[in-house]
Design a protein around this ligand. Structure first.
Ligand code: ATP
Ligand code: MG
Length: 381
């Protein structure tokens, strides 16, 4: 088992800087999930690790071996793509054994490896078929099987489940988790799926514009996002962001005012960050699930109700509480939204157009300064 070390890795396409000096260490056996908006460089990074893309600067090591400029087949890395990339004219058997055949393995070794992988993935019955005779989920298993037979040191997955329907996706997610356990292999997995990221990852890496915004265990990132971008990126529905302003600041205690929440005194964590001064525009974050009661009432005009059975999502415009902010809809701030989403743990059905009051707790608030950085605080008063 090997880990992966990436140091100052960089990639330009012409004048466009797609990957900006990224450094990342992946432990042997670790499952790392990479997430980030479309175009942030996830696939480029995987392709550089796989050797399918040249590197402008930096170093890639697999275990102790510098593979920065090595041939793809010499890296001990196997990649699984979103579109499966199977050879259409080859049977499942032929597709799965392809890598080993290219590497010059004997017929017996190939047969044993294919049979083992087919067993793990439960596709043994399909070995004589051509890819066109398989369902999407079966094709993806073949693509994963082709990676397994090569016994790579590191598996790279680029959105492997995104072409599958919801149910199959869930099943494959569980199976991939099991595969990771059984093989004990190092895996790097790119996805847009929140559930995959939260449930499969030992660590999540959040990328944005070719740089790492934050990395850490899923719940650390969810509970303690470093900034507003990470806070908004992890979690579905997204965290609500509300425009606010610092209206008073004395020592560590600042009073934050938001049109829909009124004035809230918060005691900042002394150990971090610069002082927040009166007048500074800030934002407050509230996760949709944070409305389960508490000291802060929030009223909104219901615009849309989504009943999901186990829970209900209420979308609406917040109603101001008559503060000096003079912006009754609570919008206008950088990155702030004018509609909020509240997740209720039951089957309430508030009527569209009605005012709806929910209560949240100030301990559930997130505070982001004008630069979007998270500012931690203790509860006051
Ligand atoms: N061969 C290429 N030539 C020029 N630009 C490219 C090339 N490949 C990627 N890019 C650009 O580099 C950036 C990163 O692309 P990449 O495919 O890595 O994004 P991604 O994070 O995988 O996005 P998605 O989530 O949509 O798959 C994008 O802006 C893309 O347009
Ligand atoms: Mg991609």
């Amino acid at each position: 088992m090997s880990g992966l070390d990436i140091t100052d890795l960089s990639k330009h396409y012409g004048s466009f800087h797609a990957v900006k000096s990224i450094s990342l260490g992946v432990l042997p056996g670790e499952f790392v999930v990479m997430v980030g908006p479309s175009g942030c460089g996830k696939s480029t990074l995987l392709r550089m690790i796989a050797g399918l893309e040249t590197v402008d600067g930096g170093m890639i090591r697999v275990g102790d071996m510098d593979v920065t400029h090595a041939e793809p087949s010499k890296r001990g890395v196997a990649m699984v793509f979103q579109n499966y990339a199977l050879y259409p004219h080859m049977t499942v058997d032929g597709n799965m054994g392809f890598g080993l055949r290219m590497a010059g393995a004997s017929r017996e070794v190939i047969a044993a490896a294919v049979s083992r992988a087919a067993g793990i993935l439960r596709i043994a019955d399909h070995l004589p078929k051509l890819p066109k005779g398989l369902s999407g989920g079966q094709k993806q298993r073949v693509a994963i099987g082709r990676a397994i037979t090569r016994a790579p040191k590191i598996f790279l997955f680029d959105e492997p489940l995104s072409n599958l329907d919801a149910e199959l996706r869930t099943r494959m997610r569980v199976e991939l988790g099991r595969l990771h356990q059984d093989l004990g292999a190092t895996m790097i997995y790119v996805t847009h799926d929140q559930v995959e990221a939260m449930t499969m990852a030992d660590r999540i890496v959040v990328l944005r514009d070719g740089e790492i915004e934050q990395m850490g265990p899923p719940l650390d990132l969810y509970n303690r996002p470093a900034n507003r971008f990470v806070a908004g990126f992890l979690g579905a529905p997204r965290m609500n962001i509300v425009a606010a302003r610092i209206v008073a600041a004395e020592d560590r205690v600042v009073t934050v005012e938001a049109a829909c929440l009124g004035r809230i005194p918060l005691e900042l964590d002394v150990t971090e960050g610069r002082a927040l001064l009166p007048g500074e525009p800030v934002t407050l974050g509230l996760r949709p699930e944070a409305f389960r009661g508490g000291d802060l009432p929030l009223r909104l005009i219901v615009q849309l109700v989504e009943s999901l059975g186990r829970e209900t999502l209420v979308h609406g415009h917040p109603i101001g509480v008559g503060t000096a902010l003079g912006d009754p809809e609570g919008n206008g701030g950088d990155g702030a939204e004018d509609a909020l989403v509240i997740q209720l743990p039951d089957q309430q059905r508030p009527r569209m157009g009605d005012a709806f009051e929910a209560r949240t707790d100030r301990r559930a608030l997130y505070l982001f300064d004008a630069d979007g950085r998270t500012r931690r605080f203790a509860r006051v008063g």
